[in-house]
Write a protein that binds this ligand. Structure first.
Ligand code: NAP
Length: 291
């Protein structure tokens, strides 16, 4: 059994990005520039955005944080998005979700210029991904595929079962895994799937992305399977400084001995999700994708 080290892989990719940025700067090009829009003071969102800004610093990107209070009027937020869309000094930006109830999230996503949508949530980027055109990929699915490629995991003809069909993980991952470069045969499972345990046990590659800690147990996993654990649920813990711990959707201790490869939580998919945003911003700066 081999543990897939997402933290180390993310570090390697960051070094690769840093080298590209250094080369751009040596060639008198400007640094890639990412902006993050943060509305309100949600603890999770504050943390995620702080990480994103820190990641930018690590790889030599310029970053800008745009903050609004919870009660920001919709027209002010949309005005700012418009301004960011027009800003020629800015390669890409994200609007951290979730947003307060009075703001229509889907409208926000669709108001971002697809060529600056480095989160890859705009329908144009989702559509381009579906038909296999170059696009800004949704962060977590791209991070997972990158791990699979870098660990040279065999995917052709393999049965990949993905538990979860959300727009940010399960569904886009199912598209990527079925593409010709990967060639897996994909089944997407969800809360209405029948005989889920038996289905999981048929998977050569099992992806758990449902948000239910310890859901996948040893009897649901085939001997030699590859298991990718996307779940990150905060559970209370008395022995950590923060008072919580992240739990995956896989019962690691009993599942790991049956696997050929497995991702841990934390340190598996999570760091790769963060690095995908950097990869997309670099693509945006290099104008690699024509919209
Ligand atoms: P989500 O939007 O809540 O979707 C969960 C999916 O799982 C839904 O499709 C749901 O089915 C399905 N599901 C829930 N309970 C199920 C059950 N008992 N049996 C079968 N299917 C079930 O969640 P998400 O945003 O995709 O996130 C999933 C997990 O990944 C969460 O723990 C989240 O924190 C984590 N996550 C981690 C990263 C990372 O970077 N590591 C990134 C994103 C998300 P229905 O569609 O039928 O409701």
């Amino acid at each position: 059994m081999q543990i897939i080290d997402g933290k180390a892989t993310a570090r390697t990719i960051k070094e690769e990005i840093r080298a590209e940025v250094d080369a751009m700067v040596s060639a008198f090009q400007r640094r890639p520039h990412l902006a993050a829009v943060l509305v309100g003071h949600d603890g999770g969102s504050e943390t995620y955005v702080a990480y994103k800004i820190r990641d930018c610093e690590e790889v030599g990107f310029r970053s800008t944080l745009v903050r609004f209070e919870d009660d920001v009027p919709g027209n002010v937020l949309f005005g700012k998005i418009d301004e960011l869309n027009q800003d020629h000094e800015l390669d890409g930006f994200i609007v951290q979700l979730p947003l307060p109830d009075h703001i229509d999230e889907q409208r926000v996503i669709e108001s971002i210029d697809p060529s600056k949508d480095v989160d890859g949530f705009h329908p144009v980027n989702v559509g381009r991904t579906v038909i296999g055109l170059p696009s800004y990929g949704s962060a977590t699915p791209y991070g997972i595929v990158e791990l699979i490629k870098r660990y040279q995991i065999e995917t052709t003809g393999k049965h990949c079962v993905i538990v979860g069909r959300s727009n940010i993980v399960g569904r886009p991952l199912s598209i990527l895994m079925s593409q010709k470069s990967i060639n897996a045969t994909v089944t997407v499972a969800h809360s209405r799937t029948r005989d889920l345990e038996a289905l999981c046990a048929t998977a050569d590659i099992l992806v758990a992305a449902l948000g239910s800690p310890g859901f996948v147990k040893a009897h649901m996993v085939k001997e030699g399977a590859v298991v990718i654990d996307v779940g990150t649920t905060r559970v209370p813990a008395s022995d950590t400084k923060s008072g919580f711990r992240l739990k995956g959707d896989v019962l690691f201790e009993e599942v790991a001995p049956k696997c050929s490869f497995i991702t841990p939580v934390p340190g598996g998919v999570g760091p790769m999700t963060r690095v995908s945003l950097l990869t997309n911003t670099l693509k945006a700066a290099k104008k690699n994708i024509r919209h």
